[in-house]
Design a protein around this ligand. Structure first.
Ligand code: NAD
Ligand code: SER
Length: 314
C-alpha cells in the first residue's frame, strides 16, 4: 500500500483530509505533518511529523524515512493573511511548491496534490459561471502566487512528466478546524455567532456573491481526482470547482430558518476589495466531464450540518 504525506495537516482542510485519507487507505499509510506539534486530537491516531515545508532537507528526510509516494501540499498563507505579509506569502506559497515538485521531478515521489483557488481570477475575469479558461489577472498576492503555482504545475507535468493534480477550491465551510485567514472565512465564522446567540458582524457587504463548498464535497473531490486514471486528467494547471454560490444575506436568511432571532450587521473591511475581485459562480464542467466531479451539499444541507455540529464550548 502506498504511503501518503500531508503537509499543513493541522489546518482547515488538512484536518479533514487526513481523516478522509486514513479512512480510505489505513491510518498508518497517511503521515500527517505541520510546522508545529500536532494540536488536533484527530491527527493523533496515526503517524505525525513536525515539518517546515521550507526546510528541504527535513522534507527529504521525512519522505525517505516513510518511503512516501504521494504528497498533498496544503501549507500556504491564505488571501487575507497574505495581504499583510506579501513577501513571506510569496516565499511560502512558491518555495514550498518547488520543494515538492522537485522531489517528483527527481523521481523520489510519484504524485502530488496541490490546491489552487478561485483567487487566481481577478476583477477583469467574467464574474458569472466563470469558465475554466478565461482572463486571469489576480489582484492579490495570494492569487498571484496561486496562478504562478498553476503555471509551474503544468510546466512540470509537460516538461518532466510530473503527475501533479490540482483543484481551484472555492471557499470551504467546515466545523472541525477553524479557517486560517481567508476572505471566505465569514461563511464559517457566522455559524459560531449563531450558535453563541450573538449578533454577527460581517466583514463583507450583504450582496457579495462568492463560490463556496461544504468540506465533505471538497475532500471527496480531492481524493477522487487523485485516484482517477492518469488518462482522465486533461488539465494540469488546476480544475475549476463550483460548489454553491451565495451572498452573506442569503446564508444569513438560511440560518434564520433555524435561528429566527439571529441578527447580523455589515461592516465591510479590506477583505471586501478582495471578494469583489473574485467570481460569483464557477463553471466546473471540465471537472465533471474529465473525472466525474459531482457535489452533494447545497446551502440548506450545509447550514443544517454546521448548526448541528459547530462547537462553541471552551
Ligand atoms: P490553513 O491556514 O487552515 O492551514 C494551513 C496549514 O499549513 C496550517 O496548519 C499551518 O500551520 C501550516 N503551515 C504554515 N506554514 C507551514 C510551513 N512552513 N510548513 C508546514 N506547514 C505550514 O489553510 P487551509 O484552509 O487548510 O488551506 C490549505 C490549502 O488549500 C492552501 O494552499 C490554501 O491556499 C488552499 N485553499 C483553501 C481554501 C479554503 O477555503 N480553506 C480555498 C482555496 C484554496
Ligand atoms: N478561502 C480562500 C481564501 O479566502 C480562497 O482561496 O483565501
Amino acid at each position: 500500500m502506498k504511503k501518503i504525506l500531508v503537509v499543513g495537516a493541522s489546518g482547515q482542510i488538512g484536518t479533514e483530509l487526513v481523516i478522509g485519507l486514513r479512512k480510505r487507505f489505513g491510518k498508518d499509510q497517511v503521515i500527517a505533518s505541520d510546522i508545529a506539534p500536532a494540536t488536533q486530537d484527530k491527527l493523533a491516531n496515526g503517524p505525525y511529523e513536525e515539518l517546515d515545508i521550507l526546510d528541504n532537507d527535513k522534507l527529504s528526510e521525512v519522505v525517505n524515512k516513510h518511503k512516501i509516494e504521494e504528497v498533498y501540499l496544503l501549507a500556504a498563507l491564505l488571501s487575507a493573511t497574505a495581504e499583510k505579509n506579501p513577501g513571506f506569502a510569496w516565499k511560502l506559497n512558491m518555495d514550498g511548491l518547488f520543494n515538492v515538485l522537485n522531489l517528483a521531478k527527481e523521481g523520489v515521489i510519484k504524485k502530488i496534490f496541490w490546491p489552487s483557488s478561485i483567487a487566481v481570477f481577478g476583477p477583469t475575469t467574467p464574474k458569472e459561471n466563470t469558465p475554466q479558461l478565461t482572463i486571469m489577472e489576480p489582484s492579490t498576492v495570494y492569487g498571484i502566487s496561486k496562478l504562478a503555482g498553476e503555471r509551474w504545475c503544468e510546466y512540470y507535468a509537460k516538461q518532466y512528466n510530473v503527475d501533479v493534480r490540482s483543484i481551484r477550491y472555492p471557499g470551504l465551510i467546515s466545523y472541525t478546524s477553524l479557517p486560517g485567514g481567508g476572505t471566505t472565512d465569514y461563511a464559517v465564522d457566522i455559524f459560531y455567532s449563531a450558535k453563541r446567540g450573538e449578533k454577527y458582524n460581517c466583514f463583507l457587504s450583504k450582496d457579495t456573491p462568492l463560490p463556496m463548498m461544504y468540506m465533505e464535497d471538497a475532500i471527496n473531490a480531492t481524493i477522487n481526482l487523485m485516484e482517477s486514471p492518469i488518462d482522465s486528467i486533461k488539465i494540469r494547471s488546476s480544475y475549476n470547482l463550483g460548489g454553491i454560490s451565495f451572498t452573506p444575506e442569503q446564508i444569513y436568511n438560511e440560518i434564520r430558518k433555524t435561528n429566527p432571532d439571529f441578527e447580523i450587521e455589515y461592516q465591510p473591511d479590506f477583505r471586501q476589495k478582495i471578494a469583489d475581485s473574485w467570481p460569483g459562480s464557477i463553471d466546473d464542467s471540465d471537472a465533471k466531464n474529465d473525472w466525474g466531479w459531482k457535489g452533494e451539499f447545497d446551502l440548506g444541507k450545509t447550514c443544517q450540518i454546521m448548526l448541528e455540529n459547530v462547537s462553541v464550548e471552551g
